[in-house]
Design a protein around this ligand. Structure first.
Ligand code: PGA
Length: 251
């Protein structure tokens, strides 16, 4: 049985006051979960505040991106070593907003994945096709390309403690989630493409307009082990409700 994981991607939302209240509320509610791992990914500048607030709790901390470099003259970047230093254990890599709006290529995503993994962070690798790619029947080809780039660069062993999130670009922030069947098909494809030693145990999250109203049906699918939650992670009630559905799926 794979332990469900629900991660909240706050993106570039909120301020200190909001982050504190949201973090505190979720930390308290998450204490009653027994099976589900919960991770919050606030903006970089709020990581130390959240690290302090979540210390000793069962809610983990993650960043939304990471540099592929260890250190040096890379203005504006944040390294994996720094993230680990302030208490992060997880980091999202290859989110479609990074790929689409910041030009992150498959090769760059692979380098970031390896940098994270090398320094003891758990990468949450995002894969997903755009609407026109799905319509053209290219979903599996796109996912395979994105996944193979990381497998070839980082090697199979780097995936041992990693997490993969399937996030169809057309479902992110649009309110139009993939159906449980659509998501399950791609999750099964991803699992089948992974080396055998990893496939059975790696957690595959679904992301893209997960809400309290669709979480239970998504998490009931055989190859969906939790969610990467954007918009709904900014509302404590919604996020906790989603975590509880993940918990139920493991009971
Ligand atoms: P959404 O975002 O839940 O707002 O669709 C998901 C994500 O971008 O990770």
């Amino acid at each position: 049985m794979r332990q469900p994981l629900v991660a909240g991607n706050w993106k570039m939302h909120g301020d200190q006051a909001m982050g504190r209240v949201l973090g505190e509320t979720i930390r308290l509610e998450a204490e009653s979960l027994q099976h589900t791992e919960v991770v919050l990914c606030p903006p970089f500048v709020y990581l130390p505040m959240l690290a302090e607030l979540l210390a000793g709790s069962r809610t983990g901390l993650g960043a939304q991106s990471v540099s592929e470099h260890e250190s040096g003259a890379w203005t504006g970047e944040v390294s994996a070593v720094m993230l680990a230093d302030v208490g992060c254990r997880h980091v999202i890599v290859g989110h479609s907003e990074r790929r689409q709006f910041y030009g992150e290529s498959d090769a760059l995503v692979a380098a970031k994945f390896l940098a994270a993994q090398t320094h003891g962070l758990r990468p949450i690798l995002c894969l997903g096709e755009r609407l026109e790619e799905r319509q053209a029947g290219q979903t599996e080809a796109v996912i395979a390309r994105q996944l193979d780039a990381v497998l070839e660069y980082a090697g199979d062993a780097a995936f041992t403690d990693a997490v993969i999130a399937y996030e169809p670009v057309w479902a992110i922030g649009t309110g139009q989630s993939a159906s449980p069947q659509q998501a399950q098909e791609v999750h099964a494809f991803i699992r089948a493409r992974l080396p055998e030693a990893i496939a059975a145990t790696i957690r595959l999250l679904y992301g893209g307009s997960v809400k309290p109203g669709n979480a239970a049906a998504l998490f009931a699918m055989a190859d969906i082990d939790g969610g990467l939650i954007g918009g709904a992670s900014l509302k404590a009630d919604d996020f906790i409700t989603i975590c509880r559905y993940a918990e139920k799926s493991a009971e």
